[in-house]
Ligand binder design. Structure first.
Ligand code: BGC
Length: 460
């Protein structure tokens, strides 16, 4: 292997490639602001700027409401009680996978269709509710949808790992309604379809009126905000920007490689650099390059003793795409042990490389840190773009509500976002408050349904 001095030089080159300086933060924010204005005006823009037909809640929304939180292959159905005084209580919950790990069903694959998918979801609602009561329902559906009204949303394209046939181009509201009817669930009254970012914003705004940006930093990434004067209504409306598709920032050769090998090359470029699903893969691609340059071994045979014995999964190996996951990065970053035993065990398990020298383990930890830090700084730059658009002079306080495993669990992620905002804004950053809004997409669906359906329950 090549010398350690060389490894340090290689790491500092990588750090330079992934750096997002204060000037870059401001420039990226400016690009995003332009994309916001263009998107709102109906001009060509990487941002879809999808209207939600919702604005901030007033905190008085109440009742026992069913919420669906569908944002990937793990779906949740919740029974949420809103007390009308900003209190949110989860009274029942079912969490289930659309893909049976034992292989008996997979509603996420192109071999399943939309009816099968929504029948399965409706059957879970049946288990959670009583037939002798009526319930309003709010549906968080976290994929890009074109909405023409509150409860009608046409799926533009699946993102993340879902491929179910016959859903793209269809109205999600109709698919759910038909499935509920097939199961005799006429007591369930769907009111509204919303994106998870919108749910997160609503859940935070239920008790904090300063909340005007909602974001998901998890497996996927996206942001919504309150547009003060929406062209459709002239009044405030929450817009789902679908900012994961933003592309106005510098990309590295590793990003290009990841994108070219992805299901949809050229799409969701911010998401592909910033979301949890991709950070392990970017780290792996950098490690592959370090191995090709001779700074670390690439296969078990050339690593130390014991490497072959650690196999407990099939999808492992340094050359296997997506062999390193988001949760592995969290373990790598949280390892403060003297011999980096945490990093060693992840690398042995996922890449089958055992017995690596400590400086190589430390280099892998450094690469993970660089990749995660860039993600947080790009996300911060996008927040800055939204803030500049809503309140260019920072005249008031703003709460950014964030949900998602990346923000919640990745060591240092939130600190990196806040540091970036301070780098770009100086003292004005004190006006920005970031709030972890856990389960926001479920609670937000309930709030939206209660708000929209205020008059429905009185009628028979
Ligand atoms: C979807 C968004 C969603 C985000 C976070 C993205 O892949 O396009 O609609 O908000 O993931 O779940």
């Amino acid at each position: 292997m090549r010398s350690i001095d060389g490894l340090e030089g290689a790491l500092s080159r990588i750090e330079g490639e992934f750096a997002v300086t204060a000037d870059m933060l401001r420039e990226i924010a400016g690009n995003l602001q332009t994309a916001i204005v263009d998107g709102l005006a109906g001009k060509e823009s990487p941002l879809k700027m999808l209207p939600s037909f919702l604005s901030q809640p007033d905190g008085g929304e109440q009742g026992e409401v069913v919420a669906i939180d569908f944002g990937g292959s793990n779906v949740r159905v919740l029974l949420v009680e809103l007390d009308g005084r900003s209190g949110i209580h989860i009274r029942g919950r079912r969490a289930f996978s659309l893909k049976d790990p034992a292989g008996s069903y997979d509603y996420t694959s192109a071999n399943a269709d939309g009816n099968q998918l929504f029948d399965f979801i409706a059957s879970q609602i049946a288990d959670l509710t009583r037939l002798d009561r009526r319930y309003l329902l709010g549906h968080t559906f976290s994929f890009p949808c074109r909405q023409n009204g509150l409860n009608t949303a046409t799926l533009i394209t699946w993102t993340k790992e879902i491929r179910t046939a016959g859903v793209e181009g269809r109205d999600i509201g109709e698919l759910l309604q038909e499935a509920l009817e097939r199961q005799g669930l006429t007591n369930i009254l769907p009111q509204v379809i919303l994106n998870d970012t919108v749910g997160t914003l609503l859940a935070s705004a239920y008790f904090d009126r300063d909340s005007d940006i909602g974001s998901i930093c998890g497996t996927g990434h996206n942001t919504c905000y309150v547009e003060p004067r929406h062209p459709l209504t002239g009044g405030p409306m929450i817009i789902n920007a679908e900012s994961g598709n933003f592309a106005g920032f510098p990309r590295t050769s590793y990003d290009g490689e990841l994108d070219r090998a992805s299901e949809k090359p050229g799409a969701q470029l911010l998401e592909k650099t910033a979301a949890g699903r991709y950070l392990g893969e970017l780290t792996r691609l950098v490690a592959v390059r370090l191995a090709a340059d001779g700074y670390m071994p690439a296969d078990p045979a050339s690593a130390g003793d014991g490497a072959q014995e650690t196999t407990d999964f099939l999808n492992v190996g340094l050359h296997v795409p997506y062999s390193l996951r988001g949760e592995d990065l969290a373990s790598i970053l949280s390892d403060a042990s003297a011999g980096l035993s945490g990093v060693a065990s992840v690398v042995a398990k996922r890449w089958l490389l055992a017995g690596l020298p400590e400086d190589v383990l430390s280099a892998i930890q450094k690469v993970a840190e660089i990749v995660v830090k860039r993600s947080a700084r790009l996300v911060a730059a996008s927040f800055l773009g939204f803030l500049n658009h809503i309140d260019p002079d920072f005249t008031r306080r703003h709460t950014i509500a964030i949900d998602g495993s990346l923000y919640e669990k990745m060591p240092g992620y939130g600190d990196n976002i806040e540091a970036a905002l301070r780098d770009a804004l100086g003292e004005k950053a004190a006006k920005i408050h970031i709030r972890l809004t856990k389960d926001g997409s479920g609670a937000g669906a309930a709030i939206a349904a209660a708000s929209v359906g205020r008059n429905v329950m009185g009628k028979s």
